[in-house]
Design a protein around this ligand. Structure first.
Ligand code: CO8
Length: 258
């Protein structure tokens, strides 16, 4: 792949968008290669994924403006759908995905980060949905996910003004989970990914599914979704081992059920 790298480190998968000359902007090829990178992940071994951008300047500075410039109405809609489908796949991917936001996360870059489960940012990160200044709306889920993450009032302000916010403000708004010095970001992302990977994979996957499916439903349906996933955990060897170890006051054996 030309613009996306994938590697596995133990139980953690690392996807890097590698187009630093264009600040990792998302063109059709990058989107296709990101899809291939997610295809490559061995879910029998990987328990958490980290997504980042190459370099210390940008996570992703948006969808590729040069490529979008001459799209027709139908092509624009198709391009938006292609990105949206990929981002939805990331949002609903079986295992958690952490965005390590190492700089600009603008437009499609902010939308990509928001499709991930957790966002960790470097101190130089900056976030915006500047699309209205380019004559378009966000097209990769930004009008939907921003309000769900930070509340509609502030989301509408950011969507209508296109204003850029720094990492500290993104943290205060709950758009990111934590902010670190640039040289500490990847280490902290790996630490969190390994912590997630050390827990029972079946339980982590079920928790992700319960949150994702439940948020779209009314409370009674959502609690039913949780009950079913909760129940399923009781069929695993890991649940038996971990609870028996607790009762017997010893450490559980490493988790085995993927
Ligand atoms: N697309 C294409 N190329 C880009 C992009 C981008 N989004 N961002 C940066 N680049 C390129 C620049 O053109 C430049 O290339 P070159 O060296 O060949 O001239 C290179 O990256 C470096 O950029 P700059 O020289 O501009 O670097 P600066 O440090 O001066 O500025 C900024 C950095 C502030 C990040 C600036 O590059 C910028 O404003 N970029 C655009 C940010 C933006 O508006 N992003 C939103 C794009 S719209 C979008 O994402 C919509 C998503 C939904 C799509 C729906 C489809 C229908």
């Amino acid at each position: 792949m030309e613009f996306v790298q994938y590697e596995q480190q133990g139980m953690v998968g690392m996807i890097t968008i590698d187009r630093p000359n264009a600040l990792n902007a998302l063109n059709s090829r990058v989107l296709a290669e990101m899809g291939s990178a997610f295809d490559e992940i061995d879910l029998n071994a990987v328990r958490c994924v980290i997504l980042t951008g190459r370099g210390d300047k940008a996570f992703v500075a948006g969808a590729d403006i040069g490529e979008m410039r001459s799209l027709s109405k139908a092509e624009g809609e198709a391009f938006g759908r292609r990105g949206s489908e990929l981002f939805r796949r990331i949002e609903t991917f079986a295992v958690p995905v952490i965005a390590a936001v190492n700089g600009f996360a603008l437009g499609g870059g902010c939308e990509l980060a928001m499709a991930c489960d957790i966002r960790l940012a470097s101190e130089n990160a900056a976030f915006a949905q500047p699309e209205v200044g380019l004559g378009i709306t966000p097209g990769f889920g930004g009008t939907q996910r921003l309000g769900r993450l930070i509340g509609l009032g502030k989301a509408k302000e950011l969507l209508y003004t296109g204003n850029k916010i720094k990492a500290a403000e993104a943290l205060a708004l709950g758009l990111v989970n934590a902010v670190y010095p640039g040289d500490a970001l990847m280490g902290e992302a790996v630490k969190m990914a390994e912590k997630i990977a050390s827990n029972a994979p079946i339980a982590v996957r079920a928790a992700k599914k319960a949150v994702n499916d439940g948020i779209e439903a009314d409370m009674d349906t959502a609690l039913n979704i949780e009950a079913k996933l909760f129940g399923q955990c009781f069929e695993s060897e890991d649940q038996q081992n971990a609870m028996t170890a607790f009762v017997e006051k010893r450490r559980p054996a490493p988790f085995v059920n993927q």
